[in-house]
Structures are given as structure tokens and as C-alpha cells.
Design a protein around this ligand. Structure first.
Ligand code: HEC
Length: 142
């Protein structure tokens, strides 16, 4: 009779593959990007990539500053991965954009940032249905 604690441990470990594991195919890369996005970006860019993160509700509208971008918009499918990679690495301020887009080059590996760029390019396919603002939720900052 196998030790049930070891069985449970094995199940838990198998359910959470490490984010950095090198899986070549696009779907695996999207999933890795999605996890990273939830951990590092969703507080501003929103858990559905729709720019409705909790920081937006609390802070951005008060500051009346540039809002985080909405990655459910179709235009992101055509954004070059290199462009996305640069902004994520260096932050907004280094590219004449908002200083409230932080640089992630020190916190995240190049592979992680590639995964995030891939996720952003594919996000419109998965998250587009969340894009339409609900009545009273329009993103006006005036
Ligand atoms: C503290 C809030 C905040 C966090 C966290 C954040 N962002 Fe941003 N991001 C912004 C803001 C604000 C902008 C808009 C910059 C502008 O337009 O001036 C932005 C812009 C961007 C852009 C440029 C999009 C475009 O159309 O040019 C990319 C790409 C981006 N963020 C990716 C990410 C990724 C990936 C993460 C997580 C690793 C992340 N951001 C985390 C606030 C944030």
C-alpha cells in the first residue's frame, strides 16, 4: 500500500509544471505567458488582459494618467514580438511612454519575456469577448 501522503505530493507537483520549462509548441508558450501575465501584469493590464486591473480602478483614474493598454484589441495580433519584448524589458519611460509601465528586464528572463510577448499577440483570440465595456465602465479618464 503506497503512502497516501507521497501520492498527494506527487499529484500536487505534477499539477504545477514549472513556468520556465522549455516546451516548443505555441500553445504551451501561450500557457506559460498567461501564468506570467497573471503574476506580473494583471494588476494593471487586467486578469482578462482588458486593462481593468485593480491598480487601474484604484490609482490610474485618480492620477488621470495614461491607462495600461488593453491587450484584447485585435491590433495586438500584429504587434511585432520584438517591439513588445523591448517595452516589457525596458519599461515605458525608456520608450517615451508612461513611466507607470515598469521595466521587467531584471526581474524576468529573456525566455519569460518571449512567452509574455507571445501571450499578448494571442490574447485577442482568447480574450476578445471581454473587450466590450459594460455600461458605466467606459475608460474615460476626463
Ligand atoms: C504598474 C502597472 C503596470 C504593470 C504592472 C504592467 N504594465 Fe504594461 N503598461 C502600463 C501602462 C500604464 C502602459 C501604457 C503606457 C503608455 O501608453 O504610455 C503599459 C503599456 C504596456 C505595453 C505597450 C503596449 C503598446 O501598445 O505599446 C506593453 C507591451 C506592456 N505594457 C506589457 C506589460 C507586461 C507584459 C507586463 C507584465 C510583465 C506589464 N505590462 C505590467 C502599466 C503596467
Amino acid at each position: 500500500m503506497p503512502n497516501p501522503r507521497i501520492l498527494i505530493l506527487a499529484l500536487l507537483l505534477s499539477a504545477t509544471p514549472p513556468i520556465a520549462s522549455a516546451q516548443p509548441d505555441a500553445e504551451a508558450q501561450f500557457k506559460r505567458g498567461e501564468k506570467l501575465f497573471a503574476a506580473y501584469c494583471a494588476r494593471c493590464h487586467g486578469k482578462n488582459a482588458d486593462a481593468e486591473g485593480r491598480m487601474v480602478k484604484r490609482l490610474y483614474r485618480k492620477l488621470k494618467t495614461q491607462l495600461p493598454n488593453n491587450f484584447t484589441l485585435g491590433i495586438y495580433a500584429n504587434r511585432p514580438a520584438e517591439y513588445l519584448h523591448k517595452i516589457i524589458t525596458n519599461g515605458g519611460e525608456n520608450h517615451s511612454m508612461s513611466k507607470y509601465m515598469p521595466p521587467f528586464g531584471e526581474e524576468l528572463s529573456t525566455e519569460n519575456i518571449d512567452d509574455l510577448a507571445h501571450f499578448i499577440k494571442k490574447a485577442p483570440e482568447k480574450y476578445a469577448r471581454h473587450a466590450a465595456p459594460q455600461p458605466g465602465q467606459e475608460k474615460s479618464i476626463t
